[in-house]
Each structure stands twice: as structure tokens, then as C-alpha cells.
Write a protein that binds this ligand. Structure first.
Ligand SMILES: C=C(C)CCOP(=O)(O)O
Ligand SMILES: [Mn+2]
Length: 437
């Protein structure tokens, strides 16, 4: 039965509802009207599904999987999926611009924070609690600002514990504020334009996330000032709050590897105000699901592409599905010297600090095919000469084999030896002259 998307007004392409409407128009959005529980059921129903809009999660609207595949990500970006890494690597951050506005749709309903009023999902048995998984935390201190996605475990109706990885921008701004004896003012937005979410999921220079979002879209990103001075983009749901020195146990949480990340004492975000659209659509992101990988992993591909292009002619970069779209990278180059693959390996590790293994291959290897990558390893790698190991280095805290992030990184040069291509190139059957099937 054809239905108009029950999500209200549609604005520009630079909007959450604009994207949702476009998916519905294209027949890519499945609506579920029956009651669905926020505890385990919604998450389980989303596995393997396409974009979903649940219209009754405890009586509220909740969408999932909006950017769950490379095709959906490519649709949001307006870039063909196979060109994504290269095209994003060429985006000029400075090309974006910000427009300050006085109001935002999330100001339709303003009141005391009450997280129990939102369909915040508990995704897996054993999780530490319900988790906000698509929330962008915007923080500002000392004239500097940052916007990044952090998993947030609900502690109560107006408090969450946020996993803030030490050394990253939000954690650094918090340390600065606390060192000055102050709180870190924050805004949290949920249900934002996909390009804003992609930009906030990308490791860009401090304070450049919204410029990047604007450069991705070619139109300005509108920001509105919260009472605490933090500027946030349009959203379905927004919170104003602050982080002080309080910490609480955060976790367990199933993260991008699909394995449990165990509890740590993490900063508490205190919420002081909640703002929503009249009938907000909550955006839930399934941990370790496709959308999680598209947003947390894929944005590293252009960073690796750009860094590796400094030392080689890079054709493509892929964070492979088998590597959780996070721990493994395949870099395809047109090799010009035997030294290049080693330099590409180092550039990749520098561009993506959580990367664990990287393989460098030639143009004739399809990096989207696990079998092709294995073929390159099987026929073009001599283990003692073509692999480089970096023991006891900082990888990902999410890697179950690491000791809180400390691991051994491995780079694999699976390229053909220059001048000896004849013995590596695969011979393909061809029809005799003039013969056809
Ligand atoms: C999602 C999280 C906890 C970020 C993990 O950061 P990493 O340990 O640097 O890979
Ligand atoms: Mn940042």
C-alpha cells in the first residue's frame, strides 16, 4: 500500500527528513507500524534489513539503517560507490561554509531532559544499558569546538556516560576545561542530515566537521546557538548539557567488531535541556551493523587515500568487510618503485591510527573481492621479505586481541615485482580469432 512518508515536512536535501523522504520515494524505506520493543527487538529486526522506520517503539518513531550500505552512503554523498575514497579525498574542507540561524525545527518542543521519553534502544543482551548510538556531541572550550559521534550509555533521565577515547578531540577539550577548573559545555544532536553525520564521523582537523559537511553538500550548514554557547546543526532531537569531572562505569557495549567492549570509568554528560521536533524521529544505529561500519570505518578511506597518494599513485582504498570495516585496509596502487608499498603501509597506519593490518596490491587485483586479496597474498608475497611488523604499538581498543589497544601491526606488500610482471600476471582464456559463442 503506497503511503506518504509519515514524517512530516520535507526540506532541502541537506536535511534528515529530506533524505528519509527520498528513500521512501525510491521505495527503499520499510515502515513498521506494529508495536516494537526498544529492548532487543528493534535491534534484532534491523539485522539484515534495509532502511527502516518503526512508527511505534513505545509509541515513538525510530529509524535505522539509513546509511547501512555503501550504496546508501553513495546515495547520501552523491558519489558513485567505487569512487568514494578518491572523491572524498579530493574534497577541499575550506570549501564549506557555516550559516548561523536563530532557530531550528528541534525548538518545536523544549523542556526538561527526559531520556525515557525517547525510544533509546538496548541492542544486545549483556549491554550495560540503553545506548544512544547516533548522537553527535558538539563541545566548545577556549574558542575551540569539536563535533564527533560518541556512544552514550543512559544512566538516568538526564545523564549519560560517554566513551571518550583519550587523545581525541572531545577528550582533549574536556581535559582543557577541567584543567581550567571549568565544565565543558556540550550540545548533543540526534537525527541530523546524513552529510553532517558522515562529516562528524570523520577525523578532520579540530573544529572543521561542519565545514566538511558543507563542502560535501555544496550548501551551507546552518548552526543555531544553544543557551550554553554551543552551536549545533538542525536535528530531530537536541540536548544542551555539560561534562564535569564526574565519571561512571560505561559498558559493556558491543562495538564495531561485533565483540563486547568492557566497562571503563567514563565521563558523565549532564543534560540540562531537551529540545525536539513536535513528533521527533529518533535515529538508532545498530552497533557493529552496516551503518556503524559505514560511518565509523569508511570515512578513514579518503584519509588513507590522501596520505598514501603522497608516496604512490593510489587507485583505490577499501576498509574491508572482513576487517570489520575498521581494522583492515586494502590499498590499490600503480607501483613505480619497489620502495613504494612500504611507504604506503606507513602512510596508511599514520592516517588511521586504529588500523591493524594493511595490504598493498596492484591494479589488476579487485580490492572489493576477498578472494582476490587472498590471491595476491598467495602468489605475490614472500613472508620474510614482503611483510613488515610493528610490535607493541597503539591500535584499536576495540580489537579483542589487543591489550587495551596495544597490538602488533602488520603491513603486507602483495604487489608484483617490477620487471617480473610476466610471471605474476594471470593468463585469461580468449576465443580464437573470429570465433564467437
Ligand atoms: C568507538 C570507539 C570506542 C572508538 C575506539 O577508538 P580506538 O580505540 O582508537 O579504535
Ligand atoms: Mn574532531
Amino acid at each position: 500500500m503506497e503511503r506518504s512518508l509519515s514524517v512530516g515536512g520535507v526540506s532541502s536535501s541537506m536535511s534528515f527528513r529530506g533524505f528519509l523522504h527520498a528513500l521512501q520515494e525510491a521505495g527503499h524505506l520499510e515502515e513498521v507500524d506494529r508495536p516494537v520493543s526498544p529492548s532487543l527487538e528493534a535491534a534484532a529486526l534491523s539485522v539484515g534489513a534495509g532502511p527502516l522506520l518503526f512508527n511505534n517503539v513505545d509509541g515513538k518513531k525510530c529509524c535505522m539503517n539509513l546509511l547501512g550500505t555503501r550504496d546508501l552512503l553513495a546515495r547520501a554523498l552523491g558519489i558513485p560507490r567505487e569512487d568514494m575514497a578518491k572523491a572524498l579525498a579530493e574534497i577541499d574542507l575550506a570549501g564549506g561554509w557555516i550559516r548561523e540561524v536563530d532557530s531550528s525545527p528541534f525548538m518545536e518542543a523544549v523542556g526538561e531532559p527526559d531520556l525515557t521519553a525517547l525510544p533509546i534502544l538496548t541492542h544486545f543482551r549483556g549491554d550495560g544499558g540503553p545506548y544512544i548510538t547516533s548522537g553527535i556531541v558538539v563541545s566548545a572550550f577556549g574558542g575551540k569546538t569539536n563535533a564527533s559521534v560518541h556512544r552514550m550509555m543512559v544512566l538516568g533521565k538526564d545523564r549519560v556516560a560517554a566513551r571518550l577515547v583519550p587523545g581525541r578531540h572531545t577528550s582533549m577539550l574536556l581535559q582543557e576545561a577541567l584543567a581550567a577548573g571549568e565544565r565543558l559545555p556540550v550540545g548533543i544532536v540526534i537525527g541530523v542530515d546524513p552529510l553532517v553525520l558522515i562529516a562528524a564521523s570523520t577525523r578532520v582537523p579540530l573544529g572543521m566537521e561542519f565545514q566538511y559537511a558543507s563542502a560535501l553538500s555544496g550548501s551551507p550548514v546552518e548552526l543555531v546557538a544553544l543557551d550554553n554557547g554551543v552551536f549545533v546543526p538542525s536535528a530531530e532531537i537536541a540536548f544542551e548539557g555539560y561534562i564535569d569531572g564526574e565519571r561512571a562505569s560505561e559498558g559493556p557495549f558491543v562495538d564495531i567488531t561485533g565483540t563486547r567492549d568492557f566497562p571503563r570509568m567514563e565521563p558523565v554528560i549532564h543534560l540540562s535541556k531537551m529540545m525536539t521536533r513536535e513528533v521527533p524521529i529518533y535515529h538508532a544505529l545498530l552497533p557493529s551493523g552496516g551503518e556503524h561500519k559505514m560511518l565509523m570505518g569508511v570515512p578513514y578511506e579518503p584519509l588513507i587515500f590522501r596520505a598514501a597518494s603522497e608516496v604512490a599513485e593510489v587507485k583505490n582504498v577499501l576498509l574491508t568487510e572482513g576487517g570489520c570495516s575498521y581494522l583492515h585496509a586494502a590499498v590499490q596502487i600503480k607501483k613505480r618503485s619497489e620502495a613504494e608499498p612500504g611507504k604506503v603501509i606507513d602512510a596508511a597506519f599514520e592516517a588511521h591510527k586504529s588500523l591493524k593490518h594493511v595490504i598493498v596490491v596492484d591494479e589488476d587485483v579487485d580490492i572489493y573481492s576477498p578472494e582476490e586479496l587472498e590471491y595476491a597474498v598467495a602468489t605475490r608475497v614472500k613472508g620474510d621479505e614482503d611483510m613488515v611488523l610493528y610490535p607493541n604499538v597503539r591500535g584499536s581498543t576495540l580489537d579483542p586481541r589487543s591489550v587495551d589497544g596495544i597490538t602488533t601491526k602488520v603491513g603486507i606488500d602483495a604487489t608484483m615485482t617490477l620487471g617480473e610482471e610476466e610471471k605474476f600476471l594471470r593468463v585469461r582464456p580468449v576465443l580464437p580469432e573470429g570465433r564467437t559463442f
